[in-house]
Design a protein. Structure first.
Length: 830
């Protein structure tokens, strides 16, 4: 088979990744060759504002560029990640992309504000031969050039655009210098990006540039300059060699080879020098003795030396070592300075980040404080609303107290009416018992009369049969008399029955009135019970609401206290930071004074916050105590109502038992009455049944009245307790009013004393002024008057003033009347 190198065919092969069927089948990758060890590491950093920032460790913000032993630039201190699969590489890229600087411009919503460089470093070592190969792949994402008129950049975005255009301009200059190939100096050090990419642009490398340009007419100038940039980059020519670390034997072989080349070159140089000497002496060198150019070409790596260039001077070993030491010292100083700059930049960045964090924390604390203030105001409004509700409840309780008074009066009236009805019922029952006794007596009498009439009739018939017709007339007269007596007795019985019917009608009417009154009382009692149940439900809801409000208030107090402490700490820290920044610019004494003043201001602020907080806490505690007192009162009322309810239930059970006993007794009486009156008439039985029904209804009415009376008696202590509470509250308000009046009187007395003191001071000042005027020649005329001689005051003052006026034309008169000492003082100034 022919060698691939001989037929100029370059064969490339790659292994594809496993497909889904192979993965589901459980296939594995082909194991690597044991003799080869490959290590892949990646780094990711960006050049932002002409500073190198590590995207895998954002704390490294200003990294330095150094050179290794082969004069290849590298970023010192950059984070390296070891990867073993494409997924690891993509994870590192995604992590770095999330930390890049991005901003919004008029041309791009996610505009990159920095150049990013993703470095893949590969090292391969053969374990058997110890052969080492290394390579680097730079993936550079250049930020696009920006025109400020189109992007609308302002502020920090404008500064970023300036740095982007500056670094791109430096890259263009480097590519232009490399493309021309005639310039001895390539400006790699004009930018950190070109410094890092020095080996990738003009060193042992292959460079691929991907240009992304716009096809729009609007961006024609930018597209043209970008394409020209790529065209210049295409003209760069580099010589590529394998980055291989040789072993000791290979270095020895290479050394021997280079030594042989050097020996051959020295022989050629000696021949050429001899030939040159012969030419300079004027001799002609034959063509066969001349050193041909073909031999020079055949010699390996023959150096090309220009004829015009002066021969280089050979440095001595001492100078060479001196220069090398100097260069090493300079590089060491440069490294130290870079490290120092990096440390300072990292420290500044950390301080800046701390300041940003403190600002964010302060802003969040302020927002939380504002939110807490809003919650506090809302709770205050709710508290005011709760107070209003409590006031309404108190008003309702007062109305209940008033209603209680009314109801108590009504209960007294009803109790009186009930007593009257019970008395009437007792009278009616007594009357009914008398009527029953009369009825039984009448029944006995009627039975006796029936028996007697039957006996008399039988005797008459027998006598009639015996006596005969002679005494027939006499017998007829006796019978008529007896029949007359019987008719009279029957008429008497009819009149008594009529009276009983009338009496039963009256009882029915009274029973109807009593039933109407009982129904009205039942309605009123039902309304009172409904009102009581409503108030109980409202009291329960208010109790729950008060408990919730108290819990919320406690939580808010705790959160408010913690937030106030945090706010005070943050304020203190902020002030201390400001003081520390000011300390760097001022002297030590001024800093101490500022710190003391700041400390005093902070203490005053903390004291004011503490006092306000204490006042608020005391006010809230007072409100809690007031509401707790109201809650206790409501609990007492509820307990009293429960006791009354239990008592009513017990009374109801007793009345029910009594009613059952009375029903049993009534049934017995009815049975006895039925047995006694089995021979009575049907009308009398109906009347008796009617009277029994009326009696039963009256009994029910009586029981209902008794129950109502018991209910009202149970409610009476509760209403009396409320009345006492209202009276106590009125007494408290009256005592507070008296205290307010007393304090007002005390304030008035203090005010009057202050007025008297001011008048005394004015009087003393005037007297001092009078004495002073007397020393300089003023005349003071003092006249004392009693209250009885007040009428002569005007005449005396007028006379004295008239005499003084006549003394001089340049006279000025001052009259001051004092009602405190009943003295008139006239001051004449000459």
């Amino acid at each position: 088979m022919v060698d691939a190198a001989e037929c100029c065919v370059k064969v490339m092969c790659r292994f594809r990744p496993l497909n889904e069927s192979e993965i589901t089948r459980g296939d594995k990758y082909i194991p690597k060759f044991k003799e080869d060890t490959v290590v892949i590491s990646v780094s990711y950093f960006e050049i932002y504002m002409d500073k190198i920032r590590d995207l895998l460790d954002v704390s490294k913000t200003n990294l330095a560029v150094h050179e290794d032993k082969n004069r290849v630039p590298f970023v010192k201190g950059c984070t390296e990640r070891f990867v073993s699969s494409p997924e690891d590489v993509m994870d590192v890229i995604d992590e770095g992309k999330s930390n890049r600087h991005v901003a919004v411009t008029n041309m791009n919503e996610h505009s990159s504000r920095s150049h990013s460089i993703f470095l893949i470093n590969i090292k391969q070592e053969n374990v058997e031969t110890e052969k080492k190969l290394s390579g680097k792949l730079y993936l550079v994402d250049l930020a696009g050039s920006e025109k400020v008129s189109k992007t609308g950049a302002e502020g920090s975005v404008l500064d970023e655009a300036k740095n982007i255009n500056k670094s791109l301009s430096a890259l263009g200059n480097v590519i232009s210098a490399l493309a021309e190939g005639t310039k001895t100096h390539v400006p790699y050090r004009d930018s950190k990006m070109t410094r890092i990419l020095q080996d990738s642009l003009g060193g042992n490398c292959r460079t691929t540039i991907v240009i992304c340009c716009s096809p729009s007419v609007y961006n024609e100038a930018e597209t043209k300059s970008t394409l020209m940039f790529g065209q210049r980059a295409k003209t760069i020519k580099n010589t590529v060699s394998v980055n291989m670390e040789l072993t000791a034997e290979e270095w020895k072989k290479k050394y021997e080879k280079e030594k042989e080349k050097t020996r051959n070159l020295k022989i050629i140089i000696q021949r050429l020098e001899n030939e040159l000497k012969r030419w300079r002496k004027g001799e002609t060198v034959p063509a066969d003795e001349q050193h041909s150019s073909k031999e020079l070409k055949n010699s390996e790596a023959a150096p090309i030396i220009e004829a015009s260039a002066p021969p280089p001077e050979r440095l001595s070993d001492s100078e060479k070592t001196q220069y090398e030491e100097l260069i090493n010292d300079l590089y060491q100083q440069l490294d130290d300075k870079d490290d120092e700059i990096n440390q300072h930049s990292q420290l500044a960045e950390n301080l800046k980040q701390q300041m940003v964090d403190q600002d964010e924390l302060l802003a969040s604390t302020r927002r939380d404080y504002e939110k807490i203030q809003e919650d506090l105001s809302r709770l205050q409004h709710e508290n005011e609303a709760a107070k209003e509700e409590v006031k309404e409840v108190l008003q309702a309780l007062e109305e209940l107290a008033v209603n209680y008074d009314q109801k108590s009066h009504e209960v007294e009236d009803r109790s009186k009416t009930n007593q009257q009805l019970t008395e009437e019922l007792m009278q009616k029952s007594v009357t009914l018992a008398g009527v029953e006794r009369d009825l039984s007596a009448l029944q006995e009498l009627s039975g006796h009369h029936k028996k007697r009439s039957a006996e008399i009739l039988s005797l008459l018939l027998r006598d009639l049969n015996e006596i005969g017709s002679v005494i027939m007339t006499e017998m007829n007269g006796g019978m008529e008399e007896e029949f007359t007596m019987a008719r009279l007795f029957i008429s008497k019985m009819k009149s008594e029955v009529k009276s009983l019917v009338n009496r039963s009608k009256q009882l029915e009417s009274t029973q109807a009135d009593t039933m109407r009154k009982m129904q009205a009382n039942e309605k009123e009692l039902a309304s009172c019970q409904l009102l009581i149940s409503q108030h109980q439900a409202k009291i329960k809801s208010l109790t729950d609401y008060m408990q919730n409000i108290e819990q919320k208030k406690r939580q808010l107090e705790e959160s408010h206290d913690s937030l106030m402490e945090e706010l005070a700490k943050l304020n203190a820290q902020e002030k201390m930071h400001e003081v520390s920044f000011m300390d760097k610019e001022k002297e030590h004494m001024s800093r101490m004074q500022d710190a003391e003043e700041m400390k005093k201001a902070l203490e005053q602020q903390m004291e004011s916050h503490r006092e306000a907080h204490q006042k608020q806490l005391s006010r809230l505690r007072d409100e809690i105590e007031e509401k707790q007192r109201i809650l206790d009162e409501l609990k007492d009322v509820n307990q009293a109502l429960q006791l009354e309810q239990n008592q009513l239930k017990s009374d109801y059970e007793k009345l029910k038992q009594e009613e059952q006993k009375k029903d049993e007794r009534l049934q017995k009486l009815l049975v006895e009455l039925d047995t006694d009156e089995s021979g009575g008439s049907l009308a009398q039985k109906q009347k008796i049944i009617f009277l029994e029904n009326n009696l039963e209804q009256l009994t029910k009415v009586h029981k209902q009245l008794v129950r109502d009376n018991a209910d009202l008696r149970c409610e009476l202590p509760k209403l009396e307790k409320r009345l006492r509470a209202t009276a106590e509250r009125v007494k408290i308000l009256e005592s507070a009013l008296r205290e307010a009046k007393e304090s007002a009187m005390r304030d008035r007395k203090k005010y009057q004393q202050e007025v008297d003191r001011i008048k005394e001071v004015i009087r003393a000042n005037n007297q001092a002024r009078m004495k002073h005027t007397a020393q300089i020649g003023h005349h003071i005329l003092i006249k004392t008057h009693d209250d009885t001689t007040s009428t002569n005051r005007s005449t005396n003052s007028s006379s004295s003033s008239s005499t003084i006026t006549g003394a001089s034309e340049n006279l000025s008169m001052y009259v001051w009347l004092s009602d405190f000492s009943a003295t008139t003082i006239c001051i004449a100034s000459f």
